[in-house]
Write a protein that binds this ligand. Structure first.
Ligand code: GPW
Length: 833
């Protein structure tokens, strides 16, 4: 559709082209105009929510202007673009980030103050955009921030869930899930009602001869659901680039069919059809590191992949290039296997719709895709039942079988004497029912596969994907260690620390090149600087203490050691190890004389995180933490020496308060189970030390900041298999300190012991799969070392400063550049002209 204004009329447009506010006065003008017109409110009727909406609209105008220009520039330059396909984008709040990225937060602060508002209160009105579960979704959000900041032409593609991750309430110590309806007056999304794609499900496949006599396939009948695009602008920091995140929403297709139903008086059934269609994008599956194999989830995956590919291909076709150039224009990154169907869908379009030969199409497909694996946990690896897929996506299943056949033929040719390898690497698992192994499909359909930290990538190559390394050679597999955006996780979350660093380094350039932090090491002995550093940590702890008081009613002592573990609750992440350690500490304090108690370093143990609604053991862990808190926090024998806090509804905006306030944080997964972890990086970047196992990115953090600045403990990944094996054969002895803890639980010290028996018996009676007992002694001894180190304030400060100075490697910008060079082969787009 040509909707462009003729050349001779464009002067009139240019004269009135929208302009951006550039200072406080212009901001105030735009803010008041939006409040009085867009919101139809006035100075007699303006609460903080209206002030927030007005401010958001004023900044949104700026983003839109740059967003339009960026899209025009990218279309004009017509370079290769990156498409990041992720079922999760855990964005958090947008306003504060937008203010900082465009460099006008001070103007907004002053302007709001002139009009009677405090900027912090206004920022706090915003609801988090929480379209993700945890690390995987937050990584996608950090990618978007970095890609825009580095001027890469990049799009995110996701689903516009009506309900994001549930809100968590704690009632009588139990998690209660409350729906997160986040879409009402969300100013950051733009419905594009004109951008729609019809998506087909079910039906059947017809074979026919095309004009040239070739056998061809067409997918017919079934049902159609419509995808509608909603766009979200993604501004970079200190750049004009504003990229696009496109989220698809589902709706009943407004075809004749429904119209006929309405006309035939079948009003109710027509409405029911509508609701069924809308169900596809209704809710985010709330599982982290778990796949349940539900049909609706597969529908979500195909719906989103098909709509995104249609959109990408539509854009490519406008350039009138030959299909062979597709991989020179398009790089698609698969965030885990959730979008692996995109591989099959592209192959289908090329052979069924565009008439390409199989081999020609397959070359294009494999050059286009890259696949990132985030876990080795077996329960998280996606497998779809063949009958389910046969019913929902009959043509795709055929193509998967063909991909598999050609692949197995080539394997057979290369390894003629190895019969077993074929069944091991087959995309189809020969079980009952047969299953489609999505990770294998993703490997076979991509030119690069990467893990997210060194240990994790090594484990992929030596265990899960070993056969594929043999088949394809080691070059198809690579590592890109995760990172985080320093804009949100330092500058936005910890403005005072960011300002102090800027003062010392002479500018905020470190926010665009985090390796500049290394210059901080020169100031580690600077007395005034150290004092300022300590004051900022204290202020941040006070801010968290106020939040704890307001939400739990508990007072915590800001001089105590703040010990934090916030992340999804999972047995492999071992919050149970932490809470057992807390009970051990509690019992030790109870047994002390008054004299001995004087030597105890006061602690606040802070937990936060959601359990998947169906994950019983995770919910039991939350329950135990809250019960321990009930007992410990009101025990006069303990007083300020120990407090236990569970912060409800941990999310991105709470992380921004919590990360800057830790003295120590816990990253204590069973070695070999955590892909990378990214909150470890957030805490260290904010001057907290960490206690952790040799797992995920903890290992690279240790390499960067040195062993002296981290508290490592526990068995190594290489020992895990053997230990589990031994447990299985009865060689298991409960650690004596842990036994004391279990005895306390069994004495009903924290309420009915029956409530926690699943937890204790998974360790005592069922093989202790996560090695809690094996690591317990090492864990509590290391915590004693933490106490000791914390008493030496000067040394602790030196560790904190040195660690921050050495965190440059963990910038998401480094990560993005590595993907761009080694996977995408994409260049940034020059925005100066
Ligand atoms: F199972 N991760 C996550 F691999 O947050 F898909 N959710 C998930 O469903 C998966 C992984 C999946 C996390 C990893 O657990 C974490 O170690 C990693 O840092 C993060 O993804 C980002 O790579």
């Amino acid at each position: 559709v040509e909707a462009s204004i003729p050349e001779e009329l464009r002067e009139a447009w240019k004269k009135h082209s929208a302009t951006e506010f550039k200072n406080k006065d212009e901001f105030e003008r735009d803010l008041v105009r939006h409040i009085e017109t867009t919101l139809a409110r006035s100075m007699y009727n303006c609460d903080e929510l209206a002030a927030y909406s007005g401010t958001a609209l004023a900044f949104r105008d700026r983003l839109i202007i740059e967003w339009n220009k960026t899209q025009q520039r990218q279309t004009f330059k017509d370079q290769k673009r990156i498409y990041y396909l992720s079922l999760e984008f855990l964005m958090g709040r947008t306003l504060d980030n937008a203010m900082l990225n465009v460099g006008l937060k001070d103007a907004a602060r002053d302007g709001l103050s002139d009009l009677g508002f405090q900027i912090e209160d206004v920022i706090n009105q915003e609801h988090d955009a929480a379209l993700g579960n945890g690390g995987l979704g937050r990584l996608a959000a950090c990618f978007l921030d970095s890609m825009a900041t580095l001027n890469y032409p990049a799009w995110g593609y996701g689903l516009r869930y009506r309900y994001g991750i549930f809100k968590q309430e704690i009632v009588n110590g139990y998690q209660v899930e409350v729906p997160d309806y986040w879409l009402d007056n969300n100013p950051w999304e733009f419905p594009r009602h004109e951008i729609t794609v019809d998506i087909q499900f079910y039906g059947n496949v017809k074979k026919y001869q095309d004009e040239s006599g070739k056998i061809a396939h067409s997918w017919e009948d079934g049902e159609i659901v419509q995808a509608i695009a909603y766009d979200v602008p993604i501004p970079g920091y200190g750049t004009k680039t504003t990229n696009n995140l496109r989220l698809w929403s589902s709706k009943a297709s407004s075809g004749e069919f429904d119209f006929q139903k309405f006309n035939a008086g079948e009003y109710e059934s027509a409405v029911a059809d509508q609701q069924r269609a809308e169900t596809i994008s209704a809710v985010l599956y709330p599982n982290d590191n778990l796949e349940q194999g539900k049909e609706l989830r597969l529908k979500q995956q195909y719906f989103w992949c098909a709509a995104s590919l249609f959109d990408i291909i539509r854009r490519f076709k406008k350039t009138k290039r030959a299909w062979g150039e597709f991989p020179d224009q398009v790089a698609i990154q698969l965030n885990d296997t959730h979008p692996a169907l995109a591989i099959v869908e592209l192959q289908r379009i090329l052979i069924d719709k565009e008439g390409l030969e199989w081999d020609e199409a397959w070359t294009i497909v494999t050059k286009t895709f890259g696949y990132t694996n985030h876990t080795v946990l077996p329960e998280a690896l996606e497998k779809w039942s063949v009958p389910l897929m046969q019913n929902l996506l009959p043509r795709h299943l055929q193509i998967i079988y063909d991909i598999n056949m050609f692949f197995l033929q080539s394997v057979e040719k290369r390894f003629p004497n190895d019969r077993d390898i074929l069944s091991r690497v087959s995309i189809i698992e020969e079980s009952h029912p047969k299953m489609v192994r999505m990770a294998y499909l993703a490997i076979i359909g991509s030119h690069k596969v990467n893990g997210v930290a060194e240990l994790h990538s090594d484990l992929l190559k030596t265990t899960l994907f070993k056969d594929f390394v043999k088949i394809y050679g080691p070059d198809r597999f690579t590592n890109v260690t995760n990172g985080i955006t320093p804009r949100r996780w330092l500058h936005q979350a910890n403005p005072r620390l960011s300002a102090l660093i800027a003062e010392k380094l002479g500018s905020y350039d470190f926010l665009r090149d985090l390796t500049l932090l290394d210059k901080l090491e020169a100031f580690v002995d600077d007395k005034a600087f150290r004092e300022e550093w300590a004051v900022i940590k204290r202020e941040n702890k006070l801010r968290l203490a106020r939040h704890i008081k307001a939400t739990t009613g508990y007072d915590v002592n800001p001089n105590a050691l703040f010990d934090v573990q916030v992340k999804r609750i999972h047995e492999y992440k071992r919050q149970q190890l932490n809470i057992f350690g807390v009970i051990h500490r509690y019992l030790s304090i109870k047994a002390m004389s008054a004299e001995e108690k004087k030597k105890v370093v006061p602690r606040v143990s802070i937990f936060g995180g959601k359990a998947a609604p169906g994950y019983w053991m995770a919910k039991t862990i939350i329950h135990l933490i809250n019960k321990v808190a009930d007992v410990v926090n009101k025990d006069p024998d303990v007083g300020d020496l120990l407090k236990v806090i569970f912060i409800a509804d941990y999310n991105v905006s709470k992380a921004e308060i919590i990360c800057p306030a830790s003295d120590i944080s816990e990253h204590i997964s069973t070695a070999g189970t955590e892909g990378s972890g990214t909150s470890n990086m957030k805490f260290v970047l904010n001057g907290g030390l960490i206690i952790g196992t040799c797992d995920g990115a903890n290992i690279e953090i240790t390499r960067e900041i040195s062993e002296q600045n981290i508290f490592l403990f526990g068995n190594l990944a290489e020992d895990v298999e053997e230990l589990r094996h031994r447990h299985f054969y009865g060689d298991f002895k409960l650690d004596p300190h842990l036994e004391r803890v279990f005895n306390a639980i069994k004495d009903n010290m924290f309420g009915d012991k029956a409530d926690f028996s699943a937890l204790t018996s998974s360790i005592e009676d069922h093989g202790d799969y996560y090695l809690v007992s094996d690591d317990f002694n090492s864990y509590i001894t290391t915590h004693e070392m933490v106490d000791e180190a914390f008493q030496n304030k000067e040394e602790w400060l030196a560790k904190s400063i040195t660690s921050v100075a050495r965190m440059g490697f963990f910038s998401m910008d480094r990560v993005t550049n590595e993907y761009a060079d080694s996977i995408w082969n994409v260049e940034p787009l020059d925005v100066t002209d």
